[in-house]
Design a binder for this molecule. Structure first.
Ligand code: ZN
Length: 1069
């Protein structure tokens, strides 16, 4: 028995003592004599056979375990290789545990340099494996902690996925996958683990870390001397003496002043990234099963899993595992976190998409687990919209967690704990784990760094410490659990206390009076190329968001307002179909899919999901419209309008749609003609050709094309540049400087776009130094000059084009329609470039130092100057349907229907159109693209000029239907008296009750009082929210068959109403 007291090493020499300890627990060196070499004192080979599942990526989804094991397995051996990339290989493992191992821990040790799943002989998912350098994160499976003997022949299965933890690149992590990766079987055995050695290894490991971090502090020296003495003791054959030394050291607890790290196990699992969705489904099973396995022996373990979609996949693909997960949910150990369907991008999804992320996430947790989450958990997203606090409040959440702001390239965010205030004034408690990571390995270094890095010292005594392998899933390991036990309460290190997010946030809430306030967006100064990369993802997202909006609106009209029965299949089936469609859209909003940072294989699959959702939304809309208009004998042409204001718009209709003699404009192909049509707010009108108050004209004077529709006047050069843009009868020109200098708009500009590393993600500040305007007057590019394609009176169209390079071309149709407030640019690009970004740039004469950008349910003002490093870093920013720069009484807006990347600098406003990164998808955006944008000069403020309405119209044109119809000329089902509020969403309640949910927002940043008018009787109106709850009664009245609901809104507030159709005494049955 060694002396239990701490013995200093003979020589006070750090340079020898610390390496001595390190070598004694090295996995690579001195294994013949050190402690790690004693971990597995005995092992046996396994009898192995193999079956290759036919097919490649995702093929495993067609097979169930019972069929797999009936296949013909053939013998294989160490050294054999399996692949290629994304294929699946099943191994049958047969062995007997030697009887001399009774009482010992027995493990399967495995090596294929890949991910894999251990299955029991009867089809239970037991644990994930992740093996090989550098991914040896979970290289073995503990069969039993203490072998009881007489077990007889054992059979296990291992399902090998031919990919690594982080995908399948053979070079750098973000290189595109290597399609020909092969995986070699390097280890397959059962082994007896010496549990005393295992414990001593971790004692020494943690003491070594403490010594390394704390010396020259006294406690660090104590750790070193203790560890050194333990080594002496172990060499002398006294393991128990060494254990006693370690216990004595770790027993010295922390004082009350010590910071607490809320240790929360997690496995940030990217729903797709360097692997496709199909692999994530298996990664969920591996990660979840691995955590259940740890819980068997570490009852203190708390594991949180976000993204309801991943839980749903577990239920669908591994129901037996899912049942065991639910048992641990009930025990309070395995917890859902985050509230959302997936961890979405924080910038691009619409306001309504955000609401549905929460709604369908919480709905799943409520239905499946009988609980909902209390926090919004989004650790890894590339910036956070300034409306998120308002959206969180709208769905009943007040706690937010992320860590990504630590990635900002220029400025260090000044808080880890703060009150975050959004554009509507809503405040939530925000926490950033001060370790600036969500995949801590649970080391002393990380724990000390977390405490040291905390920006709010003195204001809080607790911080989150999120540990467990992440990105590719996995989560905590047994080794991490061992280290945490030793660091739970040890002098010299922060307390590592396992707790739930709820417990942590409760502690933070008790201290929130100490926290500072941050107002506005959380702008990540990195990854700003993700507003533009993979253009189709953005275009389809916007398109489907509007299609779903329309589908829900017309379905509401059919069901709630026009008397379709609540039991009708139209309602119930449509609700079910729309939920499926929404979930496809929400899935694609994952924070590596919609930003464009996933590998190539992800994108065709995501496009298919978007297109399916689009098809369903269109079909629900059409069925609802048919239902509204009934089955009558006459056929009529109708235009429908799902926006809350009346509109005049030029549509392209088949010749003969309107009566002869009306004002129309024949199109060159002869089959269609332009017609000016009108529609009332949220309603319909029979198609009747209107007469434009001012016919659109185009004149060419000296190679300049002058367009005028009585609202907008524009002058365009032969190379497609704008040199004049005015509101009619106003002499202020967007493209004249105050001193009269000529300025240019629609400068089609290519910049070099070579990031430092994160290719698909980043557009760096220095790209701005390399502009090349391709359509300048003296351009050397091959330009097809402007020609007049349509010349009025309803629509003027010009066309021009330019060869961007030998392989890329750009064609644009510039249109001005009668009654339109904007000039639009329909653009087609065949894009085949390397590391270039394409923008359209507008140098304006507007004197301002701020710009406004459309965001979720509101807009955000940002400076256009570069006064501070914070302003300078915002050179590429996110905006949705429009951006505007204005003086107080006039200004200029750009509208778009599929773009999100903007720059506003000085008097310049530009819209990013396409990028060409090569990693992780070498083919990103290398194809044909079509998109539109528009420019709108305006008098007055953007609010007075109704820029918000114009942008909605640009994204949501009037629709024409041929319907059996026998009704009045037109009808408006819903309208709004008063300005500022936008009824964005009108939808049937998700519960199928026939109630109608109205979600509106104040769009001008002003207080407003409005009255919502509906041509329907309602039994009740209640306050509601994003969860569609019924709140307090809202007063309403009825006047001549119209229901009037007065509503007050504060700036940018989001408001929900829940209407029960029917009369005041009888709710619709
Ligand atoms: Zn992530």
């Amino acid at each position: 028995m060694a002396d239990p007291g701490v013995q200093a090493s003979i020589h006070k020499n750090l340079k020898t003592t610390l390496p001595r300890i390190s070598n004694f627990i090295s996995s690579n060196r001195f294994r013949e004599v050190n402690l790690v070499g004693r971990l597995y004192p005995d092992s046996r080979p396994i009898s192995l056979s193999h079956w290759a599942l036919p097919g490649g990526e995702g093929a495993w989804q067609d097979w169930v375990f019972d069929d797999v094991i009936k296949q013909e397995f053939t013998p294989v051996k160490i050294g054999d290789s399996f692949g290629p990339t994304w294929t699946t290989h099943w191994f049958k493992l047969e062995f007997e545990i030697p009887e001399e191992w009774i009482g010992k821990e027995v493990r399967i040790r495995w090596g294929t340099n890949s991910e894999a799943t251990v299955w029991s002989h009867d089809g239970h998912v037991l644990q994930g494996l992740s093996t090989g350098d550098p991914d040896a994160k979970r290289p073995d499976y503990p069969i039993t902690r203490s072998y009881e003997g007489q077990a007889g022949p054992q059979v296990f299965y291992i399902e090998m996925a031919a990919n690594k933890l982080l995908g399948a690149s053979s070079g750098d992590q973000i290189d595109p996958p290597d399609p020909n990766l092969m995986f070699t079987l390097s280890l397959a055995e059962i082994a007896m683990l010496d549990s005393t050695v295992y414990q001593l290894t971790h004692d020494l490991e943690v003491l070594y870390q403490l010594a390394n971090e704390l010396i020259p502090d006294q406690r660090g020296y104590q750790a070193m001397y203790t560890a050194n003495q333990m080594v002496n003791s172990i060499i002398a054959g006294d393991d128990s003496g060494a254990t006693a030394l370690a216990e004595q050291y770790f027993a010295k607890g922390n004082g009350a002043r010590c910071h607490t790290l809320a240790s929360i196990g997690n496995c940030h699992l990217d729903t797709a990234w360097l692997w496709p969705y199909s692999e994530t489904k298996r990664k969920v099973a591996r990660s979840f099963a691995s955590q259940l396995k740890i819980m068997e022996n570490y009852p203190e373990h708390i594991f949180v899993a976000s993204q309801a979609q991943q839980w749903a996949w577990c239920k669908e693909y591994c129901p037996e595992l899912y049942g065991r997960v639910k048992e641990q949910v009930a025990a309070g150990k395995f917890l859902p976190v985050g509230s959302t369907w997936i961890e979405m991008d924080g910038n691009i999804p619409s306001g309504e998409s955000f609401v549905r992320q929460f709604f369908f996430g919480q709905k799943f947790y409520q239905q499946e687990l009988g609980m909902i989450c209390k926090e919004f958990w989004l650790p890894d997203t590339f910036g956070y919209s300034a409306q998120i606090p308002g959206l969180m409040k709208h769905v009943g959440l007040e706690r937010f967690l992320t860590q990504k702001m630590s990635w900002s390239l220029v400025n260090k965010f000044p808080h880890h704990n703060f009150i975050w205030e959004g554009i509507d004034g809503s405040s939530v408690l925000a926490h950033f784990p001060p370790g600036d990571s969500y995949h801590m390995n649970l080391t002393v270094e990380e724990a000390l760094w977390t405490e040291k890095n905390l920006q709010d010292k003195g204001r809080t005594g607790i911080s989150a410490f999120l540990f467990g392998f992440g990105d590719g899933g996995g989560g905590p390991t047994q080794d991490m659990m061992e280290r945490r036990r030793r660091l739970a309460d040890t002098d010299g290190c922060p307390k590592m206390e396992m707790m739930t997010p709820d417990q942590m946030f409760e502690r933070l809430e008790s201290e929130k009076h100490n926290f500072c306030r941050w107002v506005g967006e959380l702008f990540l100064e990195l990854h700003n190329g993700t507003y533009t990369t993979q253009a189709a993802m953005k275009r389809l997202c916007r398109k489907v968001e509007f299609a779903l909006r329309d589908a829900e609106f017309y379905l509401s009209m059919a069901v709630g307002l026009l008397g379709i029965s609540v039991t009708s299949p139209l309602l119930q089936q449509s609700l079910a179909d729309l939920e499926i469609s929404w979930k496809k859209v929400l899935l694609n909003q994952f924070h590596d899919v919609i930003p464009g940072s996933s590998i190539e294989i992800v994108y065709p699959q995501a496009e298919e999901l978007y297109n399916e959702a689009l098809l369903t939304a269109t079909s629900v809309r059409d069925e609802a419209i048919k239902a509204i208009f009934g089955d009558t004998v006459t056929t009529s042409h109708v235009v429908v309008n799902s926006l809350q204001w009346s509109r005049d718009e030029v549509l392209k209709l088949p010749v003969g749609t309107v009566k002869p003699g009306a004002v129309t404009q024949k199109i060159q192909d002869g089959a269609e003609e332009y017609v000016l049509v009108s529609a009332p707010s949220m309603g319909y009108s029979l198609v009747e050709a209107g007469t434009p108050p001012f016919p659109v004209t185009v004149n060419e004077v000296d190679n300049v094309f002058v367009l005028d529709n009585g609202i907008v006047q524009a002058e365009i050069t032969s190379t497609g540049q704008l040199i004049s843009l005015k509101v009619a009868a106003d002499d202020r020109d967007v493209f004249r400087h105050t001193d009269g200098t000529q300025l240019f708009g629609n400068q089609v500009t290519i910049f070099d776009d070579e990031p430092l590393y994160w290719d698909a993600w980043d557009v760096m500040d220095y790209h701005l130094e390399t502009p090349e305007v391709v359509n300048a007057k003296d351009s050397t590019y091959s330009i097809t000059p402007v020609t007049i394609v349509e010349s009025g009176p309803l629509l003027v169209k010009l066309r021009w084009g330019v060869e961007l390079s030998k392989s890329s071309s750009f064609t644009q149709e510039i249109e001005l329609a009668a009654a339109s407030h904007y000039l639009s640019f329909s653009t087609s690009v065949s894009w085949h470039e390397d590391h270039k970004i394409l923008k359209t740039v507008f140098d304006t004469g507007i004197q301002t130092n701020k710009a406004n950008f459309d965001i979720q349910f509101g807009h955000l003002q940002r400076p256009t100057h570069m006064n501070t490093s914070w302003d300078t870093a915002r050179y590429e920013v996110c905006g949705h349907k429009w951006a505007d720069i204005s003086e107080p009484d006039w200004g200029f807006a750009i509208l778009n229907e599929s773009k999100y990347g903007w720059m506003a600098r000085g008097h310049q406003l530009s819209l990013s159109l396409l990028r060409s990164p090569k990693a992780p998808d070498y083919t990103a955006d290398m194809k044909d693209h079509s998109f539109k944008y528009a420019v709108m000069p305006h008098k007055g403020t953007l609010q007075e000029a109704q820029v918000v309405r114009r942008a909605y119209e640009f994204n949501n044109p009037l629709l024409k239907f041929d319907l059996p119809l026998d009704v009045t000329f037109e009808d408006s089902w819903v309208s709004v008296e008063g300005d500022g509020a936008v009824l964005h969403t009108i939808k049937p309640a998700d519960d199928g009750s026939g109630d109608i949910i109205i979600r509106m927002f104040e769009s001008h940043g002003c207080k407003s009082k409005i009255t919502v008018k509906l041509s329907i009787a309602v039994a009740s109106v209640k306050e509601s929210n994003g969860m569609e709850a019924s709140g307090v009664d809202v007063p309403f009245s009825e006047e001549g068959g119209i229901t009037l609901i007065p509503v007050s809104l504060t700036p940018f507030s989001i408001k929900g109403l829940r209407l029960a159709p029917g009369t005041a005494t009888s709710v619709l049955q």
